[in-house]
Design a binder for this molecule. Structure first.
Ligand code: FE2
Length: 228
């Protein structure tokens, strides 16, 4: 398997490239519009064909590269069926499977940060978008978010995986690249050590976060797959 983690500085977003060494087919998870040249370079370097671009959710902090990639490479845009994004090509649901050569990508519906968040499991890795972050989680106060729902999603869909499963988040603001399910189950400040749902909901309710800076630009753009 070919694997690469990209980082977009402005929104501290991680984008992931996963590709088959056998068929040279590739997917990108959470590509950012401004970074399309670095994706093109990496695809070119390994002689890869981009077949899918996957968004873990409709982002509020950056514009997706979905449409730019579709125009440039002819790949298909993949989103959860509840995302309300009409321009998607493939709408997935919980446990949908996406195959790229010998690689199987399993979708796990993990709503709570938004109503349409999906995490993707590939071998011993899970790409959690903004559901589970390293030592944190996505906010739950916009986009039909719900702390109760996020708690259940993380416990039922992520914490049920093996301890050594590598967690690749949608963002990190402290330069950390990955974590593991076992580490987060123990040490995540909001959810670790078996914190109760009640404590979690109270914590999320009292976060008092500022209005998301780019939401008024990013949301309409992302509902149109990032536009051209
Ligand atoms: Fe998000």
């Amino acid at each position: 398997m070919i694997f690469h983690q990209f980082f977009e500085k402005e929104s501290s977003t991680y984008t992931y490239l996963i590709a088959s060494e056998q068929t040279h087919e590739a997917v990108l998870i959470d590509p950012v519009a401004s970074e399309i040249e670095s994706y093109a370079e990496k695809l070119n370097e390994h002689n890869l064909t981009l077949v899918y671009s996957l968004d873990t959710h409709v982002h509020a902090d950056h514009v997706t590269a979905a449409n730019l990639l579709r125009e440039k490479f002819g790949c298909k845009t993949v989103l959860h069926r509840h995302s309300g994004v009409a321009c998607g090509d493939i709408f997935i649901t919980d446990r949908s499977a996406i195959r790229v050569g010998e690689i199987l990508i399993e979708a796990r519906y993990t709503p709570g940060h938004t109503n349409a968040c999906t995490s993707y499991v590939v071998d011993d890795m899970i790409f959690t978008g903004d559901a589970l972050l390293i030592d944190g989680c996505g906010r739950t106060d916009f986009q039909e978010g719900s702390a109760e729902t996020l708690y259940d999603s993380i416990h039922q869909q992520i914490f049920t995986l093996a301890d050594e499963t590598i967690v690749y988040p949608g963002h990190d603001y402290k330069g950390r690249l990955s974590s593991t399910v076992g580490h987060e189950r123990l040490h995540n400040a909001r959810l670790g050590q078996g914190k109760s749902k009640q404590d979690f909901v109270q914590f999320m309710t009292n976060l008092d976060l500022p209005y998301p800076k780019k939401i008024d630009i990013a949301l309409p753009a992302n509902k149109a797959c990032g536009q051209a």
